[in-house]
Design a protein around this ligand. Structure first.
Ligand SMILES: NC(=O)c1ccc[n+]([C@@H]2O[C@H](COP(=O)([O-])OP(=O)(O)OC[C@H]3O[C@@H](n4cnc5c(N)ncnc54)[C@H](OP(=O)(O)O)[C@@H]3O)[C@@H](O)[C@H]2O)c1
Length: 329
């Protein structure tokens, strides 16, 4: 089978712990190089993770003709800048979420894609590749719970480290950008629509200036998604989708472990069944889907317009919370 050669921009924790090990299990890509602002960190990480090449700058990795695509897990404020630099070198890009700081930034990528139509760019919403989400979407689309009209979701953790990128407002930190973007994404996926208007509420950390808790209502016209996310609450994640005939509950919606089964609950009338999924690595599935689009020159499964619509919704939620009123999307 053909493979693509991936280079990793930085020694980010998510790359080291989840995404690179996931990619290394994929059948159609290899992790060929890693880089860092600190060359010794790049070397150490390359050695620990068995990556053939290490570079002491991001530019050096992008200049390597032996790299077909880059994985970009930089802090949020550097996503678009380095994705554009990679595109200018004709490298495909798998970029961490949220891809832009706002929809205007995503628009810059849309314009660049018109100049480099051969280059694939995909936002790394890995959850969508897990079979528990594929099955949830399939069940809803075939009417297993009737018309879905209500989504409720939580996603929280506690992290008050002032050095963490999530607690730096100028780097695109805060709860909505870090994890609320998943809740916006899954609502748009399951309702297969863009919300008409949104209402946001936030509590900012007085020291960091980031939204440490954000709650939102997404009005899809007769269907509603309500969510809360937080960087400073007890760790928890859960998604519930209700229709007039049933309910689906996803127990570990976002951080599904690669080495243990996962479960969703399907309630139909008064009976609740558990659907169990074998262990699988959602980061491997994401890498394979991205590499397949590159190798077969097909559309990436998460399109740039989907990314734009998601970011536009996030932007509207921030505007609503600031203005203390509904905001049209
Ligand atoms: N999909 C998921 O499951 C998931 C999970 C967690 C995070 N993420 C996303 O992944 C990205 C990285 O998150 P992370 O927690 O892995 O971050 P992190 O450990 O802080 O890594 C970010 C890396 O960016 C590089 N960097 C360049 N300029 C920097 C600057 N001014 N300040 C800090 N770091 C800088 C550093 O690498 P060098 O020193 O090597 O250059 C650093 O290691 C974020 O966009 C986040 O939203 C996704």
């Amino acid at each position: 089978m053909k493979t693509i050669r991936i280079g990793v921009l930085s020694t980010a924790r998510i790359g080291r712990t989840k995404v690179i090990p996931g990619m290394q299990k994929a059948r159609n890509c290899t992790v060929e190089a890693i880089c860092s602002r600190d060359e010794s960190a790049a070397r150490r990480t390359a050695e620990a993770l068995n990556i053939p090449k290490a570079y002491g700058s991001y530019e050096a990795l992008l200049a390597d003709p032996g790299i077909d695509a880059v994985y970009n897990p930089l802090p949020n404020h550097l996503h678009v800048e380095w994705t554009l630099k990679a595109m200018a070198r004709n490298k495909h890009v798998l970029c961490e979420k949220p891809l832009g700081l706002n929809d205007g930034e995503v628009n810059r990528l849309i314009n660049a894609m018109a100049v480099h139509p051969e280059v694939k760019v995909m936002e790394a919403f890995m959850y969508r590749f897990h079979p528990q989400w594929v099955e949830t979407k399939r069940l809803i689309d075939r009417g297993a719970i009737g018309r879905p009209t209500s989504i409720q979701s939580f996603f929280s953790y506690f992290n008050a480290d002032p050095g963490n990128i999530r607690n730096k407002a100028d780097m695109g930190g805060g709860g909505l950008m870090d994890i609320g973007c998943y809740q916006v994404s899954l609502s748009r996926l399951l309702f297969d629509a863009q919300p008409r208007r949104v209402l946001g509420w936030m509590d900012r950390d007085p020291e960091f200036g980031t939204d440490r808790t954000f709650s939102g209502l997404l009005d899809f016209g007769g269907r509603l998604s309500a969510f809360t996310c937080s960087t400073q609450l007890a760790p928890y994640q859960r998604v519930n989708v209700l229709g007039e005939k049933g309910r689906i509950e996803i127990i570990i919606p976002f951080n599904a472990p690669p080495d243990a089964p996962t479960e969703i609950l399907l309630q139909q009338d008064r009976e609740t069944h558990t659907i169990t999924f074998d262990p699988c690595d959602q980061y491997t599935l994401q890498a394979e889907a991205f590499a397949r689009a590159v190798l077969e020159d097909t559309s990436v499964p998460i399109s740039i317009m989907d990314t734009f619509a998601n970011q536009h919704t996030v932007d509207a939620l921030f505007k609503s919370a600031e203005a203390d009123r509904w905001e049209n999307c």
